[in-house]
Design a protein around this ligand. Structure first.
Ligand SMILES: Cc1ncc(COP(=O)(O)O)c(C=O)c1O
Length: 400
């Protein structure tokens, strides 16, 4: 009898974690490494939010909470959906989890049976296909094109849907491409979904507050209210409020699904950390002033990185609408010889030679299901980004 579960053979280790590990090893050997792999804001959690957590500790809010979350947070979530997205949810239709990651996992766990298909546009966040596979479903990835700014075309979504499709995962702004769908672009997709009433929509709105210029964020049910009864709208405090370590994510959707997720959570974690939930109440109900401030900083960094990367020989980098990632193509370097003498055959070779040669850690696009590209996280200081881009330019120029 095998000791490890069969499910493990269906998942891959995280490429983003592997890159961070390699960068750490080189640093430990004394190399000067700039890590651009991190998926979290470099800002600290705002003081009002930290204070709410400290106050909660001092009040003795240190016991188990209701499985789906404290009533104050579920109310704050329902209010947030009304205020920011014009969506009507009662507190009972919301659930709080240990990060958005757990919300997604529990939604799949609650709904997927063997053979159920989940449509995932590529490039995708690394965890989607792995979670689907772990829960016994079949990920069906659909490629997008750089010339379309990595946005899924309505006809490609239509073609990917079969009678076995249970979920369509929508993520805008996207990790890893930063692409965000306008109201009109999203409407083209929701029109397709209206033709397929058996398909549920899982929208991951984690980067909602990180969009730049005059871009206006839109979420599926806001664009097509008829999808209300088959959409789970997921969000969280990790990225907008610089709270990755607090581990609070949330969702709203049809009661039957929320209750099923509650049941799983009840046998799994009993709910998210009480103190972090009180911090999240303040994040959602308190001042939102730092969001535009942080956005402005991110936007300046995005523009710097896009401009410097487009000056590197063989690299082409679109300007994404949101998140804190860019997803440039390194197609122009494929077939070239790196300074080490190795021929660059894939984006993984590109990334590995860049790290060896210039000490810049980025993540290869094939890990996100679409290449030859690589992902840069610009959630780090402008000085570091400038230096990293200079090194990328030097590396590309040295490839012959
Ligand atoms: C697209 C996307 N969704 C969900 C998450 C999960 O966020 P958390 O579990 O920190 O709430 C992340 C984190 O990197 C992400 O990039």
């Amino acid at each position: 009898m095998a000791f490890l579960a069969d499910a493990l053979s269906r998942v891959k280790p995280s490429a983003t974690i592997a890159v961070s590990q390699k960068a750490r090893e080189l640093k430990a050997k004394g190399r000067d490494v700039i890590g651009l792999g991190a998926g979290e804001p470099d800002f600290d959690t705002p003081d009002n939010i930290k204070k709410a957590a400290i106050d909660a500790i001092n009040r003795g809010e240190t016991k188990y909470t209701p499985v789906s979350g404290i009533p104050e947070l579920r109310e704050a979530i329902a209010k947030k959906f009304k205020r920011e997205n014009n969506l009507d949810y009662t507190a009972a239709q919301t659930i709080v989890g240990t990060g958005g990651k757990q919300i997604l996992f529990n939604a799949f766990m609650a709904t997927l049976n063997a053979g159920d298909e989940v449509v995932i546009p590529a490039p995708y966040w690394v965890s989607y296909p792995e979670m689907v596979a772990l829960c016994g479903g079949t990920p069906v990835t659909v490629s997008t094109k750089q010339e379309n700014n990595f946005k899924l075309k309505a006809e490609d979504l239509d073609k990917a849907i079969t009678p076995k499709t249970k979920w369509f995962i929508f993520n805008s702004p996207s990790n890893p491409s930063g692409a965000a769908y306008s109201h009109a672009e999203l409407k083209a997709l929701t029109d397709v979904l209206m033709k397929h009433p058996h398909v549920w929509i899982l929208t991951d709105d984690m980067y909602e507050h990180l969009t730049y210029g005059d871009f206006k964020f839109a979420t599926p049910v806001e664009v097509e209210p008829s999808l209300y009864d088959r959409t789970l709208t997921m969000n969280g405090v990790s990225k907008a409020y610089a709270m990755t370590g607090w581990r609070i994510g949330y969702a709203a959707g049809p009661l039957q699904l929320i209750k099923a997720m509650d049941m799983i959570q009840g046998q799994q974690t009993s709910g998210a950390t009480s103190i972090a939930q009180w911090a999240a109440v303040e994040a959602l109900n308190g001042t939102q002033d730092f969001i535009p401030e942080n956005k402005k900083i991110f936007e300046g960094r995005r523009d710097l990185v896009v401009s410097m990367l487009n000056q590197a020989k063989g690299i082409s980098c679109p300007t994404p609408e949101g998140a804190f990632y860019v997803y440039p193509s390194c197609a122009g370097l494929i077939g070239k010889t790196a300074p080490s003498g190795k021929v660059i055959e894939t984006d993984e070779d590109f990334v590995s030679e860049l790290l060896e040669s210039e000490g810049v850690a980025v993540v290869h696009g094939s890990a996100f299901g679409l290449g030859p590209n690589f992902r840069i996280s610009y959630a780090t200081s402008e000085a570091q980004l400038e230096e990293a881009c200079r090194r990328i330019q030097r590396f590309c120029a040295a490839c012959k």
